[in-house]
Design a protein around this ligand. Structure first.
Ligand code: ADP
Length: 787
């Protein structure tokens, strides 16, 4: 709809309402007879003979309040005569105010619907129907507002014009729900409306301008025929409404129509059956026109409920909900003001105080009572109008709150599935999520989902994302039924994609039947979509978080590697430089020929050999380490006696042990102890352990080496009485480069590789290395070989 057309609609509505209100104001000038005289008893006013009651109405419309008239009337069989002054018609009744409210409510309902969906033809008809309905209700009747000023004819003209169109517009609106094909010739139903509008307006103006009761009677006759038209159209509308109801395929549609139907009957029923029908049949109406029209209030209310609760014309619930709250606020504020008045009255009756004080106390008292009352009302509205949607929204909110705190994909998915199952128990619910990285797809999550559905992925995007089987749902709008067969084959009712924002994830949710057996409603689908939205959002969040953590870990690892590399280089160079410079110094000393003593010379040569041994052991360990790391170290085993391996090792350290003043004890069996081992490797392991025992001994320089043969295994023990190892370090000493702080303090030499190599050797022999130690008292390392 173009903007201009939209504005014309709005402007037209405004003009109609303004004229109606003007007509309503004129009602206050409507003259009436004094209370004690019944209209039905009047036979003549001034010179005018009264034939039917309506004549009085017309006669009075030519007068003003305060005019003096002569009445001839008949009571209890006798004719009397009396001069009376005309008084305001609405002196005691306030029905005109009620009509103003009904009319305005009707207008507001129509206007809102139109503003919310101006592009839909049926909302336009709806708006026009309510406009046409509201104006005559506010104006109340054509004749009352005439006061001989040309402008005052306007409300009357409007009254007959719109009144004639109400039944046609109503029928038109209802036909939208019946069958759209009939709308092609919809112009036809307006023919009587145009005819009656013209006829009534013509006669009305003619009568009023001539102030003639004679012409008025013609008008009355035309009006009588007009009633038939109104009656027939309303009855036809109700019949089409029933037909539309029976034809409607979904429960949702039926619910929408049911409410219109109920309230139309309630609103129009009394007017049609108790007022119009008796008049048509020339009986006296059961109810007065005014009283029967009060029921009109149910018409806008019924439509409002249909719109708000059952989404008549697909108007979004959320907007209407805030609307209902606005109405509620207006209502509660009025109740509040009213209660202040009541309290004011009560208080001033009980105690005598100044008026300001009374008002203040009254306001406080009312507020105290009012606050809980308001909450109750709000709660009531929530429950009765929005019960289903309310719970659903609450569920989505609570789910999002919980989901937000979850940091793990599987926990999040668990929460989603359990939430759906508690709110909407289902036979089946599945979820599948894929992650994409560098063009490669991996399955991130799969719970009861069927990955074959992924073939539908191209169909699962865009607006018609929710795939459904027609039989499974109450609503059809916005759903995609193209994959019904596929869903049926998979025994599914619904399937929809998870609405991920990034292309890094994709996935979908699959649903089976509701346990209740009922179809999926719009609320159900909205709940599911709401929850799916939450899952998707949080899955993306978790994914991002994980990526950030991974990246951080990667950076930390690189830093650590760099640090280790530098440390390794500095330790290794230190470890090589010390013995090298020692050998260098000693060889120079020998060369200089300064050492004459044979014993001295041997001492120097021993030290040199020791340093060379240390260097070679160190190089051995480093090279082994490299092989171990690359998984390239190989062993070649053979059956050997272990005893010589031990003695040879001790022999390697002989001079070092002697010069260090060590007491070495060996407990080795007399008989050979055979094992299948890599001789060199075991010797290297023993070397490393003896080296440590020497290095970490302090005052008590005692080392005991045992070879123990048992039934299933053979153990070689190296025991020292040195610095010992703290409990907390005992597991770490086998890892690369680890050195206990005591060890570093005690002996700066060492890189923390020896034990790692030993353990690897033991693992290769299917054996193990264990350590018993006490800080400050010494350590015992055992190499246990299975036989
Ligand atoms: P390094 O001796 O070169 O430091 P090792 O791998 O041989 O490397 O030993 C690792 C650590 O285990 C040592 O730094 C030390 O803290 C501890 N350790 C090993 N053997 C002994 C022992 N006999 N007494 C005390 N501590 C020891």
């Amino acid at each position: 709809m173009s903007k201009k057309k939209f504005q014309i609609y709005l402007f037209g509505g405004l003009v109609v309402v303004l004229i109606s209100i003007y007509g309503h104001i004129r009602l206050h000038k409507r003259p009436g007879l004094p209370q004690n005289i019944a209209t039905s008893e009047i036979r003549q006013i001034d010179e005018t003979k009264i034939l039917i009651e309506k004549d009085v109405e017309f006669f009075l419309s030519t007068k003003v309040i305060g005019d003096r008239v002569r009445l001839i009337y008949e009571t209890e069989g006798t004719t009397r005569e009396k001069d009376v002054h005309l008084i305001p018609y609405y002196y005691q009744t306030s029905t005109h105010i009620v009509f103003l409210v009904i009319g305005l409510v009707g207008f507001v309902v129509g206007l809102l619907v139109f503003i919310l969906r101006p592009e839909e033809p049926r909302t336009r008809v709806f708006y026009l129907a309510f406009l046409a309905f509201s104006a005559p209700v506010i104006i109340s009747s054509g004749y009352f507002s005439i006061q001989k000023a040309w402008f005052s004819y306007l409300p009357g003209v409007l009254f007959y014009l719109l009144y004639a169109f109400v039944p046609a517009l109503m029928l038109h609106f209802i036909l939208f729900f019946y069958r759209t094909s009939v709308l092609k010739r919809i112009g036809l139903i307006y023919i009587p409306a145009v005819f009656f509008a013209g006829l009534l307006i013509g006669l009305f103006l003619y009568t009023a301008l001539n102030t003639s009761i004679f012409h008025f009677r013609y008008f009355q006759k035309a009006y009588y025929i007009f009633r038939h038209y109104v009656f027939i159209y309303i009855v036809t509308s109700v019949i089409f409404l029933i037909l539309a109801y029976r034809k409607s395929s979904t429960k949702e549609e039926q619910a929408q129509l049911k409410w219109i139907y109920y309230f139309l009957l309630l609103g129009l029923g009394p007017f049609i059956i108790l007022y119009q029908l008796p008049l048509l049949l020339r009986f006296t109406p059961v109810l007065s026109e005014e009283f029967s029209s009060v029921f009109f209030i149910f018409i806008p209310i019924g439509f409002a409920i249909s719109i708000i609760r059952f989404r008549l014309m697909n108007i979004e619930l959320i907007i209407n909900r805030s609307l209902v709250y606005s109405f509620l606020t207006i209502f509660t504020v009025s109740v509040y003001l009213f209660s202040v008045r009541v309290f004011q009255g009560l208080i001033s009756r009980i105690v005598v105080v100044q008026e300001a004080t009374v008002t203040a106390i009254a306001a406080l008292a009312a507020a105290a009572v009012f606050h809980p009352a308001r909450r109750k009302i709000q709660h009531f509205v929530d429950k009765s109008f929005f019960r289903i949607a309310y719970d659903y929204r609450e569920n989505i909110r609570s789910f999002n709150k919980e989901a937000h705190q979850i940091a793990e994909t599987s926990l999040l998915v668990d929460l989603f599935l359990s939430k759906v199952n508690t709110v909407l128990p289902l036979d089946h619910i599945g979820i599948v999520v894929f992650a994409y990285k560098g063009g490669v797809r991996t399955l991130l999550v799969k719970r009861d989902g069927d990955t074959s559905l992924e073939l539908l992925a191209p169909d699962l995007t865009g607006t018609h994302a929710v795939m459904a089987r027609k039989k499974a749902v109450q609503v059809e709008n916005g759903l995609n039924f193209a994959q019904e067969h596929k869903l049926e084959n998979l025994k599914l009712e619904l399937a929809f994609p998870l609405p991920f924002r990034s292309a890094a994830l994709s996935g979908f949710v699959t649903l089976g039947k509701k346990k209740s057996g009922a179809k999926f409603t719009r609320d159900d689908i909205e709940l599911l979509m709401g929850l799916a939205e939450g899952v998707a959002l949080n899955l993306e969040r978790i994914r991002l978080q994980e990526e950030v953590i991974l990246e951080q870990a990667e950076i930390q690892k690189l830093d650590e590697l760099n640090r280790m590399k530098t440390e390794f280089i500095s330790t290794v160079s230190h470890e090589i430089r010390t013995p090298l410079s020692s050998i260098h110094g000693l060889s120079e000393l020998l060369q200089s020929g300064k050492i004459k003593d044979r014993i001295e010379e041997e001492k120097v040569l021993n030290i040199m050999a020791e340093e060379c041994g240390r260097l070679s052991r160190f190089m051995h360990n480093i090279l082994d380490m490299g092989k171990i790391e690359q998984d390239a170290k190989t062993y070649s085993c053979a059956r050997v006696d272990v005893r010589p391996v031990i003695t040879e090792t001790i022999q390697l350290f002989r001079s070092q042990l002697e010069s260090g003043g060590f007491l070495v004890q060996t407990e080795i069996p007399e008989e050979p102890v055979f094992l299948v081992i890599d001789r060199d490797a075991v010797k290297q392991a023993l070397t490393n352990l003896v080296d440590n025992a020497i290095k970490y001994s302090s005052e008590k320089r005692e080392i005991t080496i045992r070879l123990i043969e048992q039934e299933n295994d053979v153990t070689i023990q190296i025991q020292d009485k040195g610095i010992g190892i703290r409990e907390r370090d005992r597991d770490k000493i086998y890892t690369n480069f680890y050195r206990a702080s005591e060890a570093v303090q005690h002996s700066p030499q060492g890189v923390g590789l020896g034990l790692k190599v030993v353990r690897h050797i033991m693992q290769a022999h299917k054996g193990e290395i264990t350590c018993k130690s006490q800080l400050g008292k010494g350590s015992t390392f055992s190499l246990v070989f299975p036989k």
